[in-house]
Design a protein around this ligand. Sequence first.
Ligand code: ARG
Length: 461
Amino acid sequence: MTDDGEMRLWGGRFEGGPAPELDRINRSLPLDWRLWPYELAVDRAWVGELVAAGLIDEGTRDRILAGLVAVEARLDSGDPGLEPDEDVHTLVERWLADEIGDEASQVRIGRSRNDVVATDTRLWTLDACGRIDSAVRELQAAMLSTAERGIDVPFPAYTHLQRAQPTTAAQWLLSHYWPLVRGRDRLRDARARIARLPLGAAAGTGSTIPVDRDRLALGLGFEGPCENSLDAVGSRDWAAEVLFAWTQLAGDLSRLAEDLVLYASAEFGLVRLADAYSTGSSLMPQKRNPDGAELARARGGTLLGLLAGYLASLKGLPTGYSKDLQEDKRTLFAAEDAVAETLAVLAGTIATLEFNADRAASSITPEMLAADVAELLAAEGVPFRSAHEAMGQLVQQAEAEGRDLSYFVGEKAGSVDPTLASIRPEWWDVAAALERRSVAGGSSPAAVRDQLEEARTRLDG
Ligand code: ARG
């Protein structure tokens, strides 16, 4: 305890406590209280090693373990972030001391907050990746069931946001499914690099207590110990990698969100968001605003900023631990919150999404089949360059005459260019155009059914 009654894990060489301004910027408890479950796991594993190494006896260990049970109950029921301590490590030790007295400090023999916080944060990150994985899975499941409803719904596809060619509503929605498969893969891949144990590195040069780091690692759910103690306390590339994976995910989600915003507008009118996923206007009674999708769109930018800031804060740090690394919690926690909220709102939005089939069908205008017709001509032996040119002329002619392109069949088409005389009325049929896209991964209902099946098998691995 200090003279002012506050407990600090340091202070022996200091005259007084830190200036309030320093304390304010230095105190990490308002953020790092979220690490408490991992702090307790580390304490429990560590005291086992201290016994094995002969530093404490079993009686001390048992009193510490019993004390930690009480501390856990207290942490679980209160709001630890509001306590006055410098950080979660100090809070846990103070509360442990409340339970068992001075013996509480034995728990930190041979270790440092430097290796402990890196260990806690890696454990938190592993769990956070698991939470995000489940949330992505929820969204994917919603996509699959909504896509099921859209297999036979013709839908316009765009390039350059200009009407391009026909597809189906399911094909559109599933185009947002596969980036999520890759996103989950990316998070799984990162696991091997997160799951190395820093504990035992102590302040950075390695603990003087001969603990068994392999045993510690496996006991805490790691794959093995970090190979170098200085690297163990000073590196956060594994966190940056996860942050990138989340940022890419948020970027992919922002594209889905943008489609929802656009397609739900009166101008596109291709989908309708459920009331539960729309909001009103305080002024305009008629409004149904896609706020959830808009915020999901914005979060892509939020994550990008967090990632860029994080990478910048890591670059150029000297070897070993620096306090800069404390900021990683601010970034990681904010990032997980932002991505998790985005995933949740999009899952609900997609599960309840309605396709506006009539409007989608009428958005597929005949000129969106111009390329199909050119290809059909090519299949009949017309050189593709001539077919493409002639179809271009037909489009021009139709525009000049104010006619629908599908008016031009047989002789009417042949009068514009003789190579077009073989155009048959059924060549302008949208359903037939979709059937033709039966290539693997294509838009035909049969191909989309196959894709859905494949997508279902990828939902759980
Ligand atoms: N709150 C610190 C962090 O999050 C814990 C490590 C503090 N280490 C130190 N040497 N002051 O990084």
